[in-house]
Structure formats: C-alpha cells, structure tokens
Design a protein around this ligand. Structure first.
Ligand SMILES: NC(=O)c1ccc[n+]([C@@H]2O[C@H](COP(=O)([O-])OP(=O)(O)OC[C@H]3O[C@@H](n4cnc5c(N)ncnc54)[C@H](O)[C@@H]3O)[C@@H](O)[C@H]2O)c1
Length: 275
C-alpha cells in the first residue's frame, strides 16, 4: 500500500542483484512510495541480467559502477543527476563482498590482499560514495544515506571472518561522515544492522542456513526479512526520521538485545536428553 512517503524524492540504489537482494526489495518499496531513482551495480553483476527486469518494473535506468572506483562513482552521479533532473535525497549502499569468505579461508589463514579487497568493497566504498557526493554537492539538504551492516561489527562470530572488521569500519564511517555532513548540509548518515537474510551475499557465508535458523529462534520476533528491511530503509529515507543520524540501527527482531530464549533452551535440553 502506498502512503507516498517518498513522493518527489530522488536517489540512487546500489546492490540489487536478484529478487532476494535487500536492495531489490528496497527499489520496489521506494517505487511504491513515490520515489524516482537510478539503479547501479558492479559491471560484472550486470552480466547476470536480472537487474534489467527490476529497472523495467521501476521504470528507470541502470548505470553500471564499481563502487571501489571513484571515477565510476563520479560518472554514476553525473548520469543519474541528468536522468533524474536534479540532486538526490537518498543513497542506499547495499554492497558487501569478501574474497576470503567466498573462498572459505579460515580467520587464522587470511589472504591479506583479499582483506584489503573486502574492506574496499564492503566499507571504504561507503566513504567514497559520501566523499564524491560532498565534492560534487550532489545531495539536497536533509538527504538520507543508508548502509547495511551486521552485528558481527560488535560481537564475535566464528564464520564472518574479515567481514566483521569491514562492518565495523562501515559503521564508523557512518558516524564520522554523519558528523561532517550533518554540519555541512543537514545530510544524515546511518547504518542498519540487519538479521541474517537469504541472499547471495548472505548464503555465501559458511554454515549460513544453520545460523539463520539459530538467529530465528534467538529473536523474539524472528528474523527480519529483506522486505521488512526495505520498509525500514524507506522510513529512513522519509521525512519522518529527519533527526536520526550517525546511528547503527538494529533491525533484527530483537536478536541484539536477547540473552537467551526458551526455544533455544528447549533445543539444548532436547540434545542433552537424546545423548
Ligand atoms: N544477507 C545477510 O544475511 C545480510 C545481513 C546483514 C547485512 N547484510 C548486508 O546487506 C548488503 C546487501 O547484501 P544482500 O544480502 O542483499 O546480498 P546481495 O548479494 O544480493 O547484494 C550484495 C551486492 O553487492 C554488490 N557488489 C559487490 N561488489 C561490488 C562492487 N565492487 N561495486 C558495486 N557493487 C558491488 C553485488 O553485485 C550485489 O548486488 C551487504 O552490505 C551485506 O553485507 C546482509
């Protein structure tokens, strides 16, 4: 149902790979809520083709850009500004990738070149998007910039590897750029720390399915879906959250504040009884 929360707002949505992507769901929600935007993804993701369907559904264009390349981001902003006919009110950074996680490298056996790549793709690209935006003065007053994080930025998880540090950097960039951009132009910058979600990036993590089920019963509301996350992102793009900035906002069904749930105890007791 459309409440036209984003009526008249323009923006950029990165990271829609297929219909499971958080960014894909966000694009559909933003369209439903009256926004106009340009889609972008890494040139290699373009070859998979699915994003073209999304562009048709959202009546927009795709501008390929590698988010680690400042030149690509500059071109993206220029082309998007021309297509949309003005500066932007929102930017979504929905980008993550670790070669170490992808190739199953243990945390005690990291390839450090790949570590740099993980940080560059998953975190420094957020700074690049913000810095190029500032230098081009491409964001309107009260614009909203959102990145996607995970609780491994604060707590240790055995499977998240160098992505844990990447997310900690991402959240730090949100705070520090939020301070700067808030003073400069009232732009707000936040990260959303999302539940495990069955997407290409999520499922690439070892043992993901078991962990997904664990988090589901460790959260009083259960895991938050990509669609739920899209709705939360849209609320942060809207004028109803104008004074929220420099925050890492947990969107996880209560997981981050839970010690233990009865369901988890029951699983543990069952296991003890069956041994
Ligand atoms: N899926 C989860 O469990 C989960 C949980 C918390 C946070 N997140 C975060 O949500 C965000 C979106 O991931 P998703 O789960 O929707 O998975 P996804 O695989 O659908 O999206 C990740 C996107 O990053 C893009 N990307 C990778 N390298 C890029 C580059 N160099 N330039 C531009 N784009 C590039 C990919 O093409 C892809 O579209 C990521 O930051 C991810 O870490 C995911």
């Amino acid at each position: 149902m459309s409440e036209n929360l984003l009526k008249g707002k323009r923006g950029i949505i990165t990271g829609a790979l297929d219909e499971n992507s958080i960014a894909w769901q966000t694009a559909l929600k933003a369209k439903e809520q009256g926004a106009t935007f340009v889609l972008t993804n890494a040139p290699i993701a373009m070859r998979m083709g699915a994003i073209k369907e999304l562009a048709e559904a959202c009546d927009t264009i795709i501008v390929p850009a590698d988010a680690t390349s400042v030149a690509d981001i500059e071109k993206l902003y220029d082309e998007a500004r021309e297509y949309l006919g003005g500066n932007f009110d929102f930017l979504l950074h929905s980008i993550g990738m670790s070669p170490n996680v992808r190739k199953g490298k243990a945390y005690g056996d990291l390839n450090y070149e790949w570590v740099q790549k993980s940080y560059d793709v998953s975190a420094i690209s957020f700074h690049k998007m913000l810095q190029v935006a500032e230098q081009k003065d491409i964001l309107n007053e009260w614009a909203s910039v959102v990145g996607l994080s995970y609780i491994a930025a604060q707590r240790a998880f055995p499977f998240y590897s160098d992505m844990s540090e990447a997310k900690a950097i991402l959240e730090s960039i949100a705070r520090n750029y939020g301070l700067r951009y808030g003073k400069l132009k009232k732009v707000r910058v936040n990260t959303i720390s999302q539940s495990p979600t069955k997407t290409t990036a999520g499922s690439g993590i070892g043992g993901f399915d078991d962990f997904f089920d664990f988090a589901d019963i460790a959260s009083p509301l259960g895991n938050a879906s990509a669609e739920d996350c899209a709705a939360y992102i849209v609320s942060l793009f809207s004028d109803f959250t104008r004074m929220v900035t420099m925050q890492n906002l947990f969107h996880d069904g209560g997981y981050s504040s839970t010690g233990i749930t009865q369901e988890l105890i029951d699983v543990f007791v069952d296991r003890k009884t069956n041994n």
